[in-house]
Design a protein around this ligand. Structure first.
Ligand SMILES: [Zn+2]
Length: 346
């Protein structure tokens, strides 16, 4: 009886266990089926589908070259998971490349945005006299009637010539958009800002006070050897300060190109001159000879000197005695500056 009952219980238990095993087997089977399905070509396409989605994002931006990748993934039905990953990451890499390319194609607009942001920041930072999206040019008519007269006995006073040229240059520059022009002096007075005879410092200090982007000192030349000298023509001095030299040279060439084509002046070129006794700029270069240039650099803007003509040369001397020529020189200076900066007429 006992053993019979035992046997029945055993049988029932076996049946129950068998049932449980069967159910377990079915569950495992279902689970396995699902796992196998994940590696089926169909799901491979789904995986590619994800890639396609990424690539679609790229294609939306016009990058369609990577669209061959999902076809390739779809063709390889037996692709192991690892390869699939490689392919997938390969596709992602291409996608990455695509977006890199997209970044590159957006460089221009990015730069525009940056420029915009930059000018906005500058505008915000500077609410002073000259808005920062306006080019601020300070013209400096060299010498004056008080501090630094230069009136060689040649029927000419350099300070007067320089002032006439500077005023013509200002009037012409004012016919362009986006530029503001200041003069260090409007008459024969000394623009020394109370510094006394050290008018050079006063001139560049004034330029700094109005927010100069460029300081242009306007002069006329002489050999010092007396009349008649052979040297003649126009030359432009620029800074050796490394941040300014290349651009100042282009500006100088632009001005000389106008001066020598609009007025009968020889082209003596764009020049530099240094003075070791003055020491070094922060870029390690020996400072420029002229304080008008070196103090401009020290104040944070490029300074140039235009020597228009030789007062002690017979040919140039005759030119300088005619106000129309002085006006033409000023207009040539302005035109050279405007062309260099790409300014447009109002
Ligand atoms: Zn001078």
């Amino acid at each position: 009886m006992d053993s019979d009952r035992h046997r029945r219980v055993k049988t029932v238990l076996l049946i129950v266990i068998g049932f449980l095993l069967l159910i377990l087997g079915m569950v495992i089977g279902l689970l396995l089926g699902s796992v196998i399905n994940d590696h089926s070509p169909g799901s491979g396409k789904e995986s590619s589908g994800a890639v396609v989605h990424i690539l679609d994002d790229v294609s939306e931006t016009g990058q369609s070259s990577s669209l061959s990748v999902p076809d390739k993934a779809g063709d390889d039905e037996r692709m192991p998971a690892s390869e699939s990953l490689e392919e997938s990451s390969g596709a992602q890499a291409e996608t990455q490349t695509g977006s890199d390319m997209q970044s590159e194609t957006q460089t221009d607009s990015d730069m525009q945005t940056e420029t915009q942001a930059g000018s906005d920041a500058q505008e915000a930072a500077d609410s002073g006299e000259t808005p920062q999206d306006v080019l601020c040019i300070v013209l400096d008519p060299g010498h004056d009637d008080v501090c630094s007269r230069n009136h060689p006995d040649l029927g000419l006073n350099e300070q007067d010539l320089n002032l006439k040229i500077a005023k013509a240059c200002r009037d012409e520059l004012k016919t362009y958009e986006g530029v503001e022009v200041f003069l260090t002096r409007e008459d024969g007075s000394c623009p020394d800002n109370g510094v006394g005879s050290d008018d050079v410092t006063g001139r560049t200090a004034y330029a700094e006070s109005v927010g100069a982007d460029l300081f242009v000192s306007i002069h006329n030349n002489a050999t010092g050897l007396g009349y008649p000298s052979e040297a003649n023509g126009a030359e432009v001095y620029i800074s050796v300060y490394s941040a300014y030299t290349d651009e100042s040279r282009k500006l100088g060439e632009s001005i000389l190109s106008e001066l020598t084509s609009q007025v009968d002046l020889a082209d003596r070129g764009v020049l530099t001159r240094i003075k070791p006794e003055k020491g070094y700029y922060d870029d390690g270069n020996v400072k420029d000879w002229y304080y008008l240039i070196s103090t401009s650099v020290e104040r944070g803007f490029p300074g140039i000197i235009i020597e228009h003509a030789f007062m002690d040369n017979p040919h140039d001397n005759e030119l300088l005695k005619n106000d129309e020529n002085l006006k033409a020189m000023g207009i040539a200076d302005a035109t050279g500056i405007a062309k260099y900066y790409g300014l447009e007429k109002k």
